[in-house]
Design a protein around this ligand. Structure first.
Ligand code: M6R
Length: 606
């Protein structure tokens, strides 16, 4: 969840470290810091708040040195203050860390008894103190690292520099990703390859349990048994160009407007203009699969819930969908001939990754829908289905979600044909509707102003409800999540039919109820629920099509008619107004839309 960069070079590294951190700020942004070595002496600069604070500080207090480490933090242990910001250091070492040292309390007690003084509330400081302890016992940095790593419980990645060692940068990986970059006479460490993209396109990844010593004359990687091992160097296609907002106010707004393009790109990556699939080859036949288990977190899990409706209806394939943090510890029995599908924008979400590892151990075929093709999940999976959304920077997921839906619908249609449940003609109808989705999204985007006006009426609200049925129920959950995470308004998503079993008690004139209901086979059911809410003074905000809007008439306080589409593709189209509503509400409240409080883009801790 935090971002790590390390550089061993022959030129000053402080500014390069901050540049690298800028590309990792999506991983956390509550404080940042860097440490460099000048003539063997450690210099440290840290600042509370966004990275700009650190960059400003660096202008006032320069930090020389040609070797260093940097960190952008998402607080786990200890508040986001300067004293808890990384790097954490003693006179002998400075450490940056992503993840959690689960046994830090016990280690801290042990080290305090040996008179190590702690200055922060973090688990990370135990790494610095334990390494120092071993150094004081006469171990070399390499011996200290090897010994310390065996004492830590939990999932983490670390970067370390040692006082007096201008030629040594060290890193380790357990459960959290870590990439090594190979430049021209210099080397880098990064918690992902994106951070290193402006510096090099030659990357290798540490494998689970690996640790690395980087010197000016080369890189030595050790596995978890300390044996020297080789890891393949590959070329990344990541662009070193700075990703900017262009003409948009926020990345989220830009990403919402990119959807027609990235959806079309993703679709045409998997389906030809003659409606032939170009999906990657599977190691099984759809008709031999007994069950599909879908696991993900947050927005990606709602994409998975939509996919459950699709796979069940189009392919008559039984689907279980689970939240990764529950799945991994529930350790459910998985059927023989089962496949597990993980969905993740980042491909690094710790819980989803652990779920994927579990599924593989249970001998499931592992499929991954990810937006980062070099991610840990992609590297673990038997088959990868990349979404072609491009980098998603806004913390609130938008284009990753809709492109995930595109891939999932293509897969469900392919499975439907293979399992004999869909005719070619039925499949082509769905594919044609998918092909037309970008144009329909453009129509909705042209209504931006109308949703912007609606959002102003949400600003003073404390609560909101989102209702949907069928495959639009997961979108109700997604709409509520979107509103919560960037506007800080409490919101809940419900299946419309469930209102009368409790939530209807919440209804009063202050509660907006957003209803997502195209005029499909379930429309009349939802229309009854709308009447029930409306009769109790609830304010209905209706997103439907022309027919639906006309049918509900004055029972809705506000309504918008979206283009009429077949029900299979409605969850993709209806995502757009839901995203715009959350965006404009957060904007009207003056919130930091792209970096909302307490959140991080990539959740690589449990
Ligand atoms: O990178 P992932 O797709 O695995 O991330 C999963 C969730 O953390 C993510 O979707 C989160 O819920 C978003 N902030 C929602 O907008």
């Amino acid at each position: 969840m935090c971002g790590i960069v390390g550089i061993l070079a022959k030129r000053p590294v402080a500014d390069l470290l901050v540049d690298g951190l800028r590309r990792l700020e999506y991983r956390g942004y509550d404080s940042a810091g860097i440490a460099t070595l000048t003539d063997g002496k450690l210099g440290i600069l840290r600042a509370e708040g966004k990275l700009n604070k650190l960059a400003e500080k660096l202008k006032r207090e320069t930090l020389s040195g040609t070797i260093g480490i940097g960190h952008t933090r998402w607080a786990t242990h200890g508040k986001p203050t300067e004293s808890n910001a990384h790097p954490h250091a003693t006179d002998l070492v400075a450490v940056v860390h992503n993840g959690i040292i689960e046994n830090y309390k016990q280690l801290r007690r042990e080290l305090e008894l040996k008179n190590h003084a702690f200055k922060s509330e973090t688990d990370t400081e135990t790494i610095a103190c334990l390494l120092s302890d071993y150094l004081q016992q006469g171990k070399t940095p390499q011996q200290a690292m090897a010994a310390a790593l065996k004492r830590f419980d939990g999932a983490f990645a670390i970067g370390v520099v040692f006082a007096g060692h201008n030629d040594l940068l060290m890193g380790a990986r357990r459960g959290s990703p870590m990439a090594i970059g190979y430049g021209d006479g210099e080397y880098y460490l990064g918690s992902d390859a994106l951070a290193l993209a402006p510096l090099t396109d030659r990357i290798s990844y540490l494998e689970e349990g690996d640790w690395v010593e980087i010197h000016h004359d080369g890189v030595i990687i050790h596995d978890e048994t300390d044996k020297v091992v080789k890891r393949k160097i590959c070329q990344t296609a990541l662009s070193g160009k700075t990703i900017d907002k262009g003409e948009y106010r926020h990345f989220m707004q830009k990403e919402i407007f990119e959807q027609p393009t990235v959806i079309a790109d993703t679709f045409s990556n998997y389906v030809t203009s003659e409606n032939t699939f170009t999906l990657p080859k599977l190691p099984f036949k759809w008709k031999d699969i007994s069950r599909l288990t879908i696991v993900a977190c947050g927005t990606a899990s709602y994409a998975g819930m939509v996919a459950k409706y699709w796979f069940e209806q189009l392919a008559r394939l039984p689907v279980e969908i689970d939240i990764a943090s529950e799945f991994r510890y529930r350790e459910p029995p998985l059927p023989a001939n089962g496949a597990t599908l993980v969905i993740s924008q980042s491909g690094e979400t710790a819980d989803t990754l652990a779920a994927a590892v579990y599924a593989k151990k249970q001998k499931q075929y592992l499929l991954a829908v990810v937006n980062v093709p070099q991610s840990s999940m992609a590297r673990l999976a038997d088959v990868v289905f990349p979404t072609l959304a491009g980098p998603e920077i806004g913390v609130a997921s938008t284009k990753a979600y809709t492109t995930q839906l595109v891939v999932l619908l293509c897969l469900a249609v392919e499975a439907g044909i293979a399992r004999g449940n869909l005719t070619q003609q039925q499949a082509e109808k769905i594919l044609q509707a998918l092909r037309e989705i970008p144009a329909h999204i453009n129509e909705v985007l042209r209504e931006e102003e109308k949703i912007c006006e609606l959002a102003k009426s949400f600003v003073d609200k404390n609560h909101a409800l989102y209702l949907g049925r069928g495959a639009l129920y997961p979108l109700a959950l997604e709409g509520a999540l979107k509103l919560k995470e960037i506007s800080y308004i409490h919101a809940e998503g419900y299946p419309a039919g469930e209102m009368k079993h409790g939530p209807i008690a919440l209804i009063d004139e202050n509660m907006p109820i957003v209803v997502l209901s195209p005029h499909d086979r379930l429309f009349e059911k939802t229309a009854s629920n709308i009447q029930e809410v409306s009769a109790r003074g609830g304010k209905i905000i209706l997103f439907s099509d022309k027919k639906g809007v006309a049918a509900i008439g004055a029972a809705a306080f506000w309504s918008m008619a979206l283009p009429s589409v077949i029900m299979e593709v409605a969850p993709i189209l209806y995502a757009i107004p839901v995203q715009l509503l959350a965006y404009y509400t957060a904007f009207a409240k003056g919130n930091d839309v792209d970096q909302p409080r307490n959140l991080a883009k990539s959740v690589t801790v449990e």
